[in-house]
Design a protein around this ligand. Structure first.
Ligand code: 5AD
Ligand code: SF4
Length: 462
């Protein structure tokens, strides 16, 4: 077997396949960071890789089946490389690894490493273990040291040239919604200290990042330790600190829980100009009966009230949400209540899903499962309504002036691409020297998935 022990003298190829949420995208980048000192460099194709990591998502349907089918494909690539005398380490990371680690190794014994989301800082050690012992290594504990403490401070070098970046500030969730695996796969809620986040944000801004999205499964429950090591800072406080970092213009955060939408955070949308007027605030259902069964801890009226307060604080705020149709026990009347809530609130965009039982979660064991055809029909009706609202929202911007972060050249010569405060892609004519700036445009047309615009002038303080 070729030598695998940590030695930075040789370059090795690393190919990471990322499924699922933005948190996984962030985790994949961090895994690449901790492996870099071992000589691992990203490669485009798995065929060129000495190590392949499949970073998985467990949130919805047939997660494990998808993983096994992808592993089958990757196994073929590993075997072909082996035939040419080149060993490939195959690792499965993320939430499927966490939830089904043992079963995974039983069904796919050719996998070398299985690691849960809390243990990727141990990757170098695990790689060494595989090299020493052969066989497979599994790490799905929730270790006492957190991965954030264990990561070197200078970890997270950002890809130069990136204008937007994700930054994980909080992980795990204590809410235990009836349908959700996150509290089991990502563990209890933990927040990173303010100093570590601020340092990472400063490095990002210094490398050219202008827009940061703060990530967490329950991001607005954030309560990180302040520099004194005793007091804690909430999300409103954190955003206030971050907005003073030179170069950092825009701050977003996702995903929030309605119960943690505090008055302070609502007021931050009024007082902190860096906070973008676009909020992803999942409601899941518009029926109080279903919300109770989901253990969401809020009613539809409370959600409506919250939205009213947010819109009062920031009148141009647009909302997006997640919905689940067909939660066990959901009746036609419950579903109608969801449609009514959507009509009342008017969402700018949304994600909607058919309920799918996740093993080990309370809802999975409930007898009143909704038949598949009913779920499909409800999802189609809800999605048509949400699509209509998204189109209406996009069309409502035609004629308005918007601040656009220019992210790169457009598809056609002489064109630039950017995004609005509401994350819609926009293209307009302009010169490449403007890339990275925030400029004002007038929206001229709504296309099917984007907007076109004309450049007005450079932003006064860009
Ligand atoms: N079935 C369907 N959708 C789910 N989600 C989470 N768990 C499930 C499940 N078991 C959806 C929720 C959540 C989003 C990330 O995924 O709407 O907000
Ligand atoms: Fe899952 Fe979000 Fe509920 Fe937490 S708040 S259990 S992450 S759906």
């Amino acid at each position: 077997m070729p030598e695998l022990s940590p030695s930075p003298s040789r370059t090795r190829g690393l190919h990471i396949i990322t499924w699922g949420c933005q948190m996984n995208v962030y985790d994949s980048a961090r895994m690449a960071d901790v492996l870099r000192p071992l000589g691992y460099q990203p490669v485009e194709r798995p065929e060129e890789a000495d190590m392949i990591i499949l970073n998985t998502c467990h949130i919805r349907e047939r997660a494990a089946e998808k993983v096994f089918s992808e592993l089958g494909r990757l196994r073929g690539i590993c075997e072909e490389r082996q035939a040419n005398g080149r060993r490939t380490l195959l690792a499965v990371a993320g939430c499927v690894a966490q939830a089904e680690g043992e079963e995974l190794l039983a069904r796919a014994p050719y996998v070398d490493l299985v690691l849960g989301p809390q243990t990727y800082h141990r990757l170098p050690e695990m790689v060494a273990k595989v090299a020493r012992a052969g066989g497979s290594v599994i790490e799905t504990d929730f270790p006492a040291e957190t991965k954030f403490d264990a990561l070197p401070d200078e970890a997270a070098p950002q890809t130069p040239g990136n204008l937007t970046a994700f930054l994980t500030i909080q992980e795990g969730c204590d809410k235990f919604c009836s349908f959700c695996v996150v509290p089991y796969t990502r563990g209890a809620e933990t927040s990173r200290p303010v100093a570590a986040i601020a340092a990472e944000a400063r490095r990002m801004a210094a490398s050219g990042v202008r827009e940061i999205t703060l990530l967490g499964q329950n991001v607005n429950a954030y309560h990180g330790l302040d520099d004194d090591g005793v007091s804690t800072v909430d999300l409103a406080g954190l955003a206030e600190r971050l907005r003073h970092i030179p170069g950092l213009e825009r701050i977003r955060y996702t995903t929030s829980h309605p119960r943690d939408m505090t008055t302070r955070l609502i007021e931050a949308h009024r007082d902190n100009p860096a906070l973008m007027p676009f909020l992803h605030l999942p409601v899941q259902s518009g029926s109080d009966r279903v919300l109770k069964a989901m253990n969401r801890g809020h009613t539809a009226a409370q959600y409506r009230e919250l939205v009213a307060e947010l819109r009062k604080a920031r009148p141009d705020l647009a909302l997006s949400s997640d919905f689940i149709v067909g939660h066990p026990g959901e009746t036609e009347e419950d579903f109608e209540a969801t449609l009514q809530l959507v009509r009342d609130i008017r969402f700018a965009s949304a994600f909607s899903f058919k309920y799918s039982p996740r093993p080990g979660t309370p809802a999975a064991g409930q007898p009143a499962q909704v038949p598949e055809d009913v779920k499909s029909r409800r999802l189609a009706v809800l999605q048509a309504l949400l699509r209509e609202q998204q189109d209406t929202f996009n069309a409502s911007l035609v004629g308005t002036v918007q601040d656009i972060l220019i992210t790169g050249p457009g598809r056609k010569a002489g064109q630039l691409n950017g995004r609005t405060p509401y994350l819609q892609p926009v293209h307009f004519e302009g010169t490449p020297d403007l890339i990275g700036q925030i400029v004002q445009v007038r929206i001229t047309e709504k296309l099917s998935n984007s907007l076109s615009a004309i450049l007005l002038k450079e932003h006064p303080d860009a």
